[in-house]
Design a protein around this ligand. Sequence first.
Ligand SMILES: NC(=O)c1ccc[n+]([C@@H]2O[C@H](COP(=O)([O-])OP(=O)(O)OC[C@H]3O[C@@H](n4cnc5c(N)ncnc54)[C@H](OP(=O)(O)O)[C@@H]3O)[C@@H](O)[C@H]2O)c1
Length: 290
Amino acid sequence: MSIVITGASGHLGRLVVDQLLAAGTPPAQIVATGRDLDKLADLAGKGVTVRRADFADPATLDDAFAGADALLLVSTTTVGDRFDNARTAIDAAVRVGVSRIVYTSMVNASTAKMTLAEAHNRTEDHLKQSGAAYTILRNGWYLENYTDQLPIIRQYHALMGSAGDGRVSAASREDLAAAAVVVLTQDGHVGATYELGGTPFTMTELAATVSDVLGTPIAYRDLPIPDYTGALAGAGLPSEMAAAVADADAGLARGELFTDSEDLAKLIGRPAITPRAAFENAAAAVEESR
Ligand SMILES: NC(=O)c1ccc[n+]([C@@H]2O[C@H](COP(=O)([O-])OP(=O)(O)OC[C@H]3O[C@@H](n4cnc5c(N)ncnc54)[C@H](OP(=O)(O)O)[C@@H]3O)[C@@H](O)[C@H]2O)c1
């Protein structure tokens, strides 16, 4: 058995490797890949095989994916390159005979109109047409997209966005990684597309939750898209990402990040973490680091 993880130098891929190890998967059965082997050195120290895989450098992929029974293909960072990256990786996986490809897509990828959905939708189509056995994990919007803003929320006593009254079924990377581990290590998921979401909430509801957790009033400030894009860029997000995040909020307002699917809880065998618990953990982590 050989499980190959791409993006193992990133947040989600790393969590998947850590959870595979914690679940007792022998390190020798795990291949962690990334563009920079230095970022994977500690995993090599634990007996995990590490290999270089850069989707922009197809020559690296045949060796990286060789012998894989299951490949977790984590979508890449740069929005404009995502489809080409994924197509290159899928083609390499098919070429070297990977038994099954598991792709991290996004909720409602085939119907959402937001910019981020296009590359995921095209990748899902390419994967289905590739002839490979596949599983699609339509990952929900990360709860960390909100908990990571805790210092700014606290500073301004406000949560900002362009989400209107839309509901988002956000989930933690930890829970999404747990779902990936189940799908990678168990039979019975070939051909499945899972919509993976947690407890749905509006931004106004989230602001009320954060008020409770912090014990101080937090408002939700809904901004026009150009203002929100400017605020994100001003906070240091690269301009392409700032535009994509603001556009995603417009999609959120249209309901494109909402799912009432139970797939996530069913796969991981427990309820996904709630927004309240996620913010309580984030607030406790900030306290601990002081
Ligand atoms: N659901 C959401 O809310 C949400 C939010 C943001 C992103 N996403 C998507 O989910 C993915 C995983 O999330 P994450 O938090 O783990 O992101 P992350 O921490 O940014 O990790 C992205 C991973 O992709 C790797 N990568 C980038 N370009 C690559 C290439 N050309 N070839 C091979 N690997 C490449 C990165 O490698 P390096 O370490 O070398 O950079 C990194 O390991 C993201 O990449 C993005 O597509 C989802």
